[in-house]
Design a protein around this ligand. Structure first.
Ligand code: SF4
Length: 408
């Protein structure tokens, strides 16, 4: 199912959502992503599904509901779909509804992407950083995307685009909400010349547990400094359209895969289908979990499993070349101190990604291949890869493919 809803949107009203890409295929892996870490990090556009199938799905949802807007968004980056331009043009011709695109904006330096988005009515790109360091820290982009080409792409697109460009800034406590960072952000916003700026903060469960919402005084400061931005820090209200679903279970599983779903909203779906207790059945069948975040219960996916346990990988820099890597599963936690010197990092990544991302790939490789027992608590990455040459080969292959499959 590619089209769904309408879903209540805090900025767009009643919106029919369209996801033209598979789950969590994205050019970023943002630390605040409400859909978890990116499972396939890629920057190359492609056709994922037949465009006619996607269009037929939109047609069905439009026919069965009343909506304010059709929004291409999805559970990843929609501009990775190479049929996006065709889908936007055809939707506008056939339905007479405005079309919006929620994008991370990372591919707007690509002229094909610019051409595809020109006919949309509203484009909502993301801008979370005013310099390359914070950009890498927050958005964890595919190695081919830099802060410079991303911002130049946004500015170049603005020059040709006559529709509404609404920038979205996600404020994260102590990361991009200091005065210094807000000044850099303001300068970048001014270069891009957007019609509106929305300030948001991660009010829903983020991909990384350490991510926190900005304090109200920092949000106020951002509103003023970012050219009278508007803050969107409340949860959306209103019901999800569920007519295209055959059962409450199907509706809950489809909606929460694309859109954060609060427990109260899942209960409303149960009521619409007169199927009480479906949430509990899905929990029992290990299809969903209920997690509490900021005093609210959310329906979330049961994360992919590695053997019998789920493992989360967190990488933090200790000093210039030393990193603390923490692997967490339900019942245990392991910590490693790893030295990754610049020369060996260049050999592995060739500028494709940050050192933290390289280490995530390495540990993912170790986890996937059951190699953790061969690691000491402290080690030099180059030395262990020289000792076991197949490690280096495997890690390089994963990096070159731009593929990351997290077990979190
Ligand atoms: S927040 Fe958007 S851009 Fe960032 S990882 Fe999630 S889907 Fe991709």
């Amino acid at each position: 199912m590619y089209a769904y809803g309408p879903v209540p949107s805090r900025r767009l009203g009643n919106s029919i959502g369209v996801s033209p890409i598979p789950a969590k295929v994205c050019s970023y892996s943002c630390i605040y992503c409400q859909l978890g870490r990116t499972s396939t990090l890629q920057a190359k556009r492609q056709r994922f599904f037949p465009k006619e199938d996607i269009f037929r799905d939109i047609e069905k949802v439009v026919a069965s509901s009343s909506a304010d807007v059709i929004t291409f968004a999805g559970d990843g980056e929609p501009t990775l779909c190479s049929d996006l331009g065709w889908l936007i043009r055809k939707s506008k011709q056939e339905f007479g509804l405005p079309v919006a695109v929620i994008t991370n904006g990372s591919l707007l330096f690509n002229e094909d992407v610019q051409a595809d988005l020109l006919t949309a009515d509203i484009i909502l790109p993301t801008l979370d950083a005013g310099n390359p360091d914070i950009f890498r820290r927050i958005n964890r982009s595919h190695g081919s995307i830099t802060f410079d080409n991303m911002t130049k792409g946004l500015a170049a697109f603005r020059k040709q685009y006559n529709g509404q460009l609404w920038l979205e800034v996600m404020l994260i406590k102590d990361v991009n909400d200091t005065d210094e960072q807000l000044i850099l952000l303001r300068d970048t916003v001014m270069e891009i010349q957007t019609d509106k700026v929305f300030v948001m903060t991660p009010i829903r469960p983020p991909a990384e547990k350490w991510v926190e919402c900005s304090d109200p005084d920092r949000i106020k400061a951002a509103e003023q400094m970012l050219l009278n931005a508007v803050t969107v820090a409340d949860v959306e209200i209103g019901d999800f359209g569920v007519l295209e679903f055959a059962s409450a279970a199907e509706a809950i599983l489809e909606i929460f895969a694309r859109h954060p779903l609060r427990l109260e909203q899942a209960r409303a779906i149960e009521q619409k289908f007169a199927e009480p207790g479906i949430v509990e059945n899905l929990v029992q069948d290990n299809k969903i979990v209920i997690n509490r975040y900021r005093q609210t219960d959310y329906i979330q996916p049961l994360k992919p499993k590695m053997g019998t346990e789920q493992i989360e990988i967190a990488v933090n820099r200790a000093n210039c070349c030393t990193y603390q890597v923490t692997l967490r599963s339900k019942n245990q936690e392991r910590q490693y101190r790893v030295i990754l010197a610049d020369a060996y990092y260049d050999n592995l990544a060739r500028g494709l990604m940050s050192k933290e991302q390289v280490l995530e790939y390495c540990f993912q490789y170790f986890v996937n291949n059951g190699l953790l027992d061969r690691l000491e608590a402290k080690f030099v990455l180059r030395d262990i890869c020289r000792q076991y040459p197949e490690f280096e080969k495997g890690i390089k292959e994963m990096i070159a493919n731009g593929e990351s499959r997290y077990y979190v």
